[in-house]
Design a protein around this ligand. Structure first.
Ligand code: IPE
Ligand code: IPE
Ligand code: MG
Length: 238
């Protein structure tokens, strides 16, 4: 039987890790890795779009990443700002851009661009491009719980009626497909607070490549590996 190795229609999560080590390997400052990583982000996004991917979610900055040195944080946020400017070009594309995370901690100028990009693209029907910035999966679930508790306190919701769909409706990814697979680069085999609710049945893929070394062919390889997995969702499989 012919196997379908296409990325069409898939929902994909990517933990872009290893920028610092990539730079260190070359005797460069860590920030050089972040710069190169931003280029790879652009290229893989373009490619995923061409491949007909349904949704792609990038982990760009975690709630824990604030513990890094100030000069590194400054460069990361500056690169994020440059990325936002490039995202305006998505005006011409059919992509919907969504930012996951607590944005009030970000620069006001960035928040403004994020709001504009999201509202301009919200009714687009093409690939959903999710960017997780100042994002933590635990914080996201806590936020959802807080919002549901508020509704209950206002008498608009009976706590006994709370179900999974309702909680999901208060996540940043509401209404979106759950990731079919989550790929992490750099050889680390952990989730690091990424999409904790959404990863319930995602296939987990790991590669030793550092993110700045990740190319389109590696994306294809990940998609193929995903298709070789036997997803059972608690059942007995094929
Ligand atoms: C991922 O690369 C980018 C961010 C977390 C912002 P790292 O900066 O974590 O690179 P390593 O893991 O230290 O090599
Ligand atoms: C995860 O990478 C966060 C992002 C890629 C944005 P980290 O480098 O922060 O994760 P840990 O610290 O190795 O778990
Ligand atoms: Mg890292």
């Amino acid at each position: 039987m012919e196997q379908n190795h296409s990325a069409e229609g898939l929902s994909i999560g990517i933990i872009m890790d290893g920028n610092g080590r990539w730079a260190k390997q070359r005797g460069l400052p860590r920030t050089a890795g972040h710069k190169k990583g931003a280029d790879v982000f652009d290229d893989i996004t373009r490619y995923a779009n061409e491949q007909g991917v349904r949704a792609i979610t990038y982990y760009a900055f975690s709630t824990e990443n604030w513990s890094r040195p100030a000069d590194e944080l400054e460069v990361i946020m500056d690169l994020f700002g440059q990325s936002l400017k490039r995202l305006y070009k998505y005006r011409k594309e059919n992509n919907r851009v969504v930012f996951l995370g607590e944005r009030t901690a970000l620069l006001p100028a960035h928040q403004k661009m994020m709001d504009e990009i999201e509202s301009e693209t919200q009714s687009r029907t093409g690939m959903i491009l999710n960017i997780a910035i100042n994002y933590g999966g635990q914080q996201e679930i806590t936020k959802a719980a807080r919002e549901l508790a508020q509704l209950a306190a206002e008498g608009k919701l009976n706590p006994a009626d709370i179900n999974e769909d309702m909680l999901e409706g208060h996540l940043y990814t509401k209404g979106q497909p759950m990731p079919d697979f989550i790929l992490r680069t750099s050889g680390e085999m952990r989730i690091s607070n990424f999409l904790l609710w959404q990863c319930a049945y995602s296939e987990l893929l790991f590669t030793d490549l550092y993110w700045p070394d990740f190319r389109r062919k590696h994306f294809d390889e990940a998609v193929q590996e995903f298709h070789s997995r036997n997803r059972r969702f608690g059942g007995i499989g094929e």
